[in-house]
Every structure is written in C-alpha cells, then in structure tokens.
Design a binder for this molecule. Sequence first.
Ligand code: ZN
Length: 508
Amino acid sequence: MEIREFYDYCKEIAGYISAAALVEWDMRTKMPMKAAEDRSLVAGKLARTAFEMSTSPRMAAFVEYFNRPAVNAQLSEVDRRNVELETKQYRKISAIPAEKYEKFTVACSRGEHAWQEAKEKSSFAMFQPYLEEIVGYQREFVEYYGYDKNRYDALLDEFEPSMTTDEVRTVIDGLKTELVPFLRRLLDEGTPPDRSCLDGRVDKATQEKLSHDILVAMTYDLEAGRLDETAHPFTTPIGYGDVRVTTHYYEDDFTSAFFSTMHEGGHALYEQGMSEAYRWMPVRKCASMGIHESQSRTWENLIGRSMPFWRFYYPVLQEALPRFREIPMDQFYKAINTVEPSLVRTEADEVTYNLHIMLRFEIEEALINGAVQVADLPGLWNTKMREYLGVEPTDDAHGVLQDVHWAGGMFGYFPSYMLGNLYAAQFIAAVREGIPDLDDQIAAGHLGVLREWQRAHIHEPGALHDPRDLVMNVTGKPLDYRYFMRYIDEKYSPIYGLAPCGAGKGAD
Ligand code: ZN
C-alpha cells in the first residue's frame, strides 16, 4: 500500500466536504427561498458521503496498515500526522453505533426547533425534556469515545485536541480570581467612556465599503474569497483559493459590521494562509477551534480596538463618515472599548466575555458528569451570572436559553471561545518580541507585517501540531492566562482613568 493511495482517497473525501461547504454557503447567502427543501437534501447527501467514506472498509484498511509500527516509522512527519488525524477521526466516528448516532441527530434537530420556540416564549420548561434527551445521548457517547479522568475530556477533545478538563479548570480558576475583582474595580472606581459619539445612522452602502476596505488593509485575498451579507456573520473555507466571509450591517450601529468583518477576516487569513503543500490533506485545517478564535480575536480586538490601529484608520473613517472630524480620536477609541456586564454572551466586551464562558464550562462539565441535572440549569445559570458578572437575567431567553449550542448537541465547544482570547494575548506578546516596533508598523498601516508573522508561525502549519505544541513552539511557554490579564489591565485601566493594577504579574 502506498501513501499516495491514502492521499488520493483523502482528496476524494475533501472534495465532497468542499462541495457540501459550497452548497451550505449558497443556502445561507444567495439561494432562492423555494429551493430550501431540495437543497438541504443535496447538502445532506454530500456530507453523508464524506462521513461514510471516513469510516469505510477502505479507510479501515489504510488506518490499519499505516499504523503498523514498522510502516509508521518509515513515514515523513507530515505523512505521519495526516495518518494520525484521519485515524483519530475514523476511531471517533466508528465508536458510536450508526443507528444510535442517527437518533441523536434527530433529537438535535427536534431540540433546535423546540429551543427556538422556547426562547421566543422564554420558557425553559418547554425545552427541558428535549435537552434531557440530548444530554442523555452525550453522557452515553462519552463512554463510547473513552476518556482518561473526566467524561468531559471526550467532548472537549473534539474542539481542543488533547486538552483536558483539568487544564481548562486550572486556567479558569486562575483567571477567575483575577478577572472578577478586576472588573469590579473598573466599574466601581473607574470612569466609563461616553459612547454617544457612536450614535447615529450609517447607510449600508457606506458600511459595505468600510468592510471591504478593511479586509483589503488586512491583506485578505479577495481573489481567493469574497464578502457577502448574512443574518449571522461567518467564515467558510470552501477549499484552497476559496475562503469566504460574511458580515451583517446594522444601520444604527456601524461598528458591529466593522468589527465583525475584522473578526471573520482574522478567521479567513488563517484559512488562506495554510500551506499550499497541504492542499487536500487532513492536516490542512485549524490546529483547534481555540487557535482559530485566537486569530479572529487578534484582528477584531487586539488590533481593531487598539490605539495604534486607529492612528492609521481614523482618518479613513473620518473621510467616510465626516461627522467624526469633530470627534477627537481618543474619545472614539474609548467609546469602542466600553466595558459593560451584559446578559448576552455575543454582545459581551473583551473584559467580560470570558466570564460568560466560565459559567458555561462549569455547567456543561457538571452536567456531563451527572453532578447537576438539566432541571437545575436555570437556577445555576442565574447564580453564576450574579457571582461573576454582577447581573442577573430576569427571563430564560436572556439567560440559560440564549445559545443554540446545547440544543444542537454541541457540548465542549464553549471553552474554545475563551481559549481563543487567551491564546491571542499570549501570541501577541510573542509577536512583540519578534517585531519590537509592531505598534509603529500598525500605526503606519503596515498590517501585513502582523499577517506575515502569523502566517509563518500559526497559519502555514495548519493542524500539523496539537494546540499545546503549537503554543509551546510559538511562545516558548505553555498556555498562561496571565498574558490576557496583563493585556486588559494595561489597556482598560487607563481607558477608565485608573493606574494599571499589576494584574497578570509573572506572565513573562
Ligand atoms: Zn469567531
């Protein structure tokens, strides 16, 4: 058996995945409404074919052969990693009896439907039996997948390969002890920025140009992608040379589209930057969802909401929106960096965002391990919101029912959002060591300097390394939440008129 045959087969599978991605992109952007039913059949068929090929007898034969110690030892690093990734996928998918998985998928689609209605009516009780069924399946599946110490490990692994629940908990426990008091201090002792300069309408055409231009400035390759509008912004890699982004324009809040375009642009640069040599290979994907999120957060927040960036971009904004000629840049900068504990995760700012994730992680982990039951969720949710953020939902729609993830059977994903913020802060510290004049370069509009660094260190390797090894290779240290604490202390304390309090001490 030749490794070439294995790659040819992977290429075939990747072809179906690419076609499915294109059909799904079309469904969410351009498809005429009346095509919905037939098109979902086509999308489903393509996805199922890829899925079946990944567990076929042919794949089983490749997995068996290329994992023989004598054969495996002869493989190159890249070949070995490709075999490893495909093997992991194969074992995971084939661990669960097909008919059981089918039932789970049905439970999830019913769950999503019920969730939608329950959210509209703000009634957790309506959703509870559906969630109980879904959680029941997940508790069963973790036994099929297997785990070392904690059942939740089995779910986490899907999104953050080889990271354990213990590791996430250690990070969260440390972060929590610094972040919760930091937020209190900011709100109790600091002076909040005046956001009124952001009020006012901006027409869609102007916003489209702003979004387009910022992607160009970020060196997103528009000849290998495109920008469209959808209800919820997303990035989708269709394949090599085709990574598409979307955004959503609100005429009464132009910053929403602008920053979401930078966010999706950050995801897209990662996908566009993966090595051409890995075309069609299993390794041509993100190292983890957290690493993916670190790239989007870097562009959206660490760059997009930074002072050096606006030194470059404020004149561009003033040209597009002349009313900002009257507003000092400093006022605008503070306005886009307002910290406000809110009930809804997707509206959270940089400082409070991770607190939303902590409570979700703690609830999920307890739920999967049977330490709490579905019925306990609304109460638990509200208690933790009060404890971490100091605000409490008055209804389930703005509380425990706000995210679609659990309804869709997605457990173990939330930590990736938080890890993305933490990786981003740690990576940017490494960037500053490599590019000491980073701020000057950004202020001069040379955003490509950062992109080149990211490409060389993070984008090109794709999934060649697990996130743990990637972080170690790039920063010389394991993941350390203190980089994030130091970053927000140095940024937000001055915005709120306070001296930095020395948070995140020991990060370097
Ligand atoms: Zn994202």
